[in-house]
Design a binder for this molecule. Structure first.
Ligand code: COA
Length: 157
């Protein structure tokens, strides 16, 4: 486990700071995909990452949940790392923390989506051992996705 990172569940109070940086960090408008619901109602499943010596400054965030339809499935809705902090293992640490908590709740696999054009996200999921399958128009007309899935637990970083 990385000791230089503070990883904790999300709270409703984290919504404003996450929303304020989301479009900039993604490089596009995220809109309602970063919904308050994930902080206020599902925050205990999400992950807030900060440097241990700067706990007030978010450097990464993961929004996720445990599936109600498939209780063995942990689902990652969205995750993003501060562009200035990428390539340092923060994305991997967010996934490891989420994976560990979901494993404790009985999940055996984890799923995340990526746009086929989002090369960094494709490489990230491949590096973490996910297998992807193409799903045409998965989130709307012309909106294909790669559905990535792998077994839990994930290795702790
Ligand atoms: C995808 C994202 C979260 C990765 O975060 P990160 O903190 O830079 O990733 P890490 O440093 O933990 O990298 C983990 C692994 O993925 C690989 N990886 C991450 N980004 C990569 C890239 N752009 N190209 C190639 N490999 C990459 C790393 O090499 C690393 O592999 P290793 O541990 O075997 O060396 C980050 O690029 C991001 O925030 N992108 C914008 C938001 C986004 O697209 N989110 C996904 C859709 S919701």
């Amino acid at each position: 486990m990385r000791r230089d990172l503070l990883l904790r569940p999300l709270t409703g109070a984290d919504f404003a700071s996450a929303r304020a940086v989301a479009d900039d960090w993604f490089g596009r408008t995220v809109g309602l995909t970063m919904h308050r619901l994930f902080f206020e109602q599902l925050g205990s499943s999400g992950v807030h990452a900060a440097a241990a010596d700067r706990p007030d400054r978010m450097v990464g965030v993961l929004l996720g949940l445990r599936s109600e339809v498939e209780p063995d499935l942990a689902y990652i809705h969205l995750h993003v790392v501060d562009p200035a902090m990428r390539g340092q293992g923060i994305g991997r640490a967010l996934y490891a923390e989420f994976g560990a908590r979901m494993t404790e709740r009985g999940c055996r696999r984890v799923r995340a989506l990526a746009a086929p054009t989002n090369a960094p996200s494709l490489r990230f999921h491949e590096a973490l051992g996910f297998l992807g399958r193409f799903a045409g128009a998965h989130v709307g007309l012309g909106q294909d996705r790669i559905i990535f899935e792998r077994a839990l637990p994930l290795e702790r970083t």
